[in-house]
Design a protein around this ligand. Structure first.
Ligand code: AOF
Ligand code: ZN
Length: 370
């Protein structure tokens, strides 16, 4: 009687609301009457109406009398609490929708099964768990954040065919671009005019990385990467919001003329120095730099309600997170260049999940599963 194709449609809809809804989950909802979709919607931008509300509102006037007898498919348990918006459960009850198919329960402590309970107590027929794994996957950042009390963590780097992040001394890397330094010329982030660039990745992977940045709440690099590459860590080759920049600067080596210190993008600097003045877009957090640093960073993001983090280097920062087991996904570009020596790429032992070709690069995606 229930058809997974409608839950699949919920997931498609949810995908479209993904980034704007953050830190809320993006939820897709579909109203089906007699094997016909009469309404559909997904969660609006953060603070706006939920998927169920948009779905019900989308029903055409001539179909509104069908709502009561239609089945509501929804990729996440309808909320039962007052947040920025009223409970979706109340709306469902008000519209006397009798049949519901729910993808998965909501891990948020204020909901966590209460929505389903409320609907069942109101006499609704609620089926839970259709395409559950896919529904969880579609809000993987939200689920990780609420279940593990930390952001969803993605590692990203580019390595040469023989497994190096950068070649021998005198050569610098930024944004995956390896620059052969010329006499007396300092590498400047993004200005490559007078250098001899050696690419690990290509224009396509570079654009893809900017798309990835636009999908995450925060981006992190270590001190050495800032000092060496002066990266901007923004979304220039794609559209969408810039992630909050997280910068490690234990002893205050990163002066104000580095791109990460400009005030254009919200930036949080983690340091051991005390009493540094916070500005609107530049916040300092004093933390202890010890072996627990990856967990400390995760806690800072949790406190700031940042659901996800993409870590783009350097080697030490990436390896520390790997060694702490604190990562969910790794996206590794492998280019055709052979360096022979230099800084070795981070290493982990994990099952290879997916392999894709991006022009002459391979994209290797690893998953870290419990
Ligand atoms: C739903 N449908 O589309 C979403 C839900 O502050 P609010 O009112 O926007 O509520 C946010 C919480 O509601 C969020 O933490 C999560 O538990 C749930 N999200 N629920 O029924 C939706 N986005
Ligand atoms: Zn809701």
């Amino acid at each position: 009687m229930h058809n997974t194709i409608y839950m699949q449609r919920c997931l498609e809809l949810a995908q479209n609301g993904q980034r704007a809804a953050m830190p809320n989950p993006s939820v897709g909802a579909v109203l089906v009457y007699n094997d016909r979709i009469i309404g559909e919607g997904h969660t609006s931008a953060f603070g706006g109406p939920h998927g169920e509300v948009n779905c019900i509102n989308s029903v055409k006037p001539e179909d509104r009398h069908l709502i009561t007898d239609a089945t509501l498919y929804v990729s996440l348990e309808p909320c039962s609490h007052y947040g920025k918006t009223p409970p979706c459960c109340d709306l469902i009850i008000e519209h006397q929708i009798k049949n519901l198919v729910v993808g998965t329960t909501d891990p948020h402590e204020k909901v966590a099964g209460n929505g389903i309970k409320k609907l069942r107590e109101a006499g609704k027929n609620v089926t839970v768990g259709m395409l559950e794994a896919k529904c969880r996957e579609s809000n993987k950042r939200f689920f990780t954040f609420h279940e593990k009390k930390r952001p969803y963590i993605i590692l990203k780097w580019a390595e040469s065919a023989d497994g190096y992040l950068s070649p021998e001394k005198g050569v610098r890397i930024f944004d995956d671009l390896v620059i052969r330094e010329q006499d007396g010329v300092e590498a400047q982030g993004d200005s490559v005019a007078d250098k001899k660039p050696v690419w690990i990745t290509n224009q396509y992977s570079r654009q893809l990385v900017h798309k990835w940045r636009s999908e995450e709440a925060a981006i992190l690099v270590g001190t050495q990467t800032v000092l060496d590459d002066n990266p901007q860590l923004d979304v220039r080759s794609w559209t969408g919001p810039n992630p909050v920049r997280i910068v490690l600067d234990r002893t205050g080596k990163i002066t104000n003329d580095y791109y990460v210190k400009n005030l254009k993008i919200k930036t949080i600097v983690l340091t051991e120095q005390r009493d540094l003045p916070n500005l609107d877009n530049l916040l300092y957090e004093t933390v202890t730099f010890n072996e627990a640093l990856p967990h400390t960073i995760a806690n800072v993001l949790y406190k700031h309600n940042l659901l996800s983090l993409i870590i783009e280097g350097g080697r030490q920062t990436l390896q520390t997170f790997i060694d702490a087991g604190l990562w969910d996904e790794a996206r590794v570009f492998k280019g055709p260049a052979v360096f022979g020596n230099g800084t070795k790429a981070p290493r982990f032992s994990a099952p290879l999940l997916k392999k894709q070709a991006i022009q002459d690069n391979e994209l290797l995606i690893f998953g870290n599963y419990d």
